[in-house]
Design a protein around this ligand. Structure first.
Ligand code: ZN
Ligand code: ZN
Length: 132
């Protein structure tokens, strides 16, 4: 099946399509993801070859660390992408997908050592203190 998934930020200033398989969704509870999202990150991922930014009008990249960049809409503030420098994949915030996610599911939690103390994780999914 030729999967084509689309997504956008909240205001529509950034739109994208993915042609190909999306990874399962991983929730990241690290400090940077918590700050940027306001809670925690839940992201799928696609090969850079499969991800096509259709409209990048308000897309801005922010280097939160020396290792990676975070793409967001400079108009509405939606967090959209995470990309390791030199990496071949781009993480895509699951909440930015339009409509059905095509069967992908939340799969695990990472960096739970850094998670906020105001919420509990009790969905039964695997938890990792750091990256996985
Ligand atoms: Zn926007
Ligand atoms: Zn993170």
């Amino acid at each position: 099946m030729a999967d084509i998934t689309s997504g956008s930020c909240n205001c529509g200033g950034v739109t994208y399509t993915v042609r190909g398989q999306l990874r399962e969704v991983i929730a990241c509870h690290c400090g940077q993801c918590r700050k940027q999202s306001g809670h925690f990150y839940a992201a799928t991922s696609a090969s850079n070859m499969d991800l096509h930014i259709e409209d990048s009008g308000s897309l801005k990249w922010y280097a939160a660390s020396e290792d990676a960049k975070r793409g967001f809409c400079s108009e509405c503030g939606s967090a959209l992408f995470w990309k390791r420098n030199g990496g071949e994949h781009t993480s895509i915030l699951a909440g930015s997908l339009n409509g059905d996610a095509g069967g992908i599911k939340l799969d695990r939690h990472i960096f739970v050592a850094d998670k906020g103390d105001y919420y509990d994780l009790n969905d039964g999914l695997p938890q990792f203190k750091q990256a996985n």
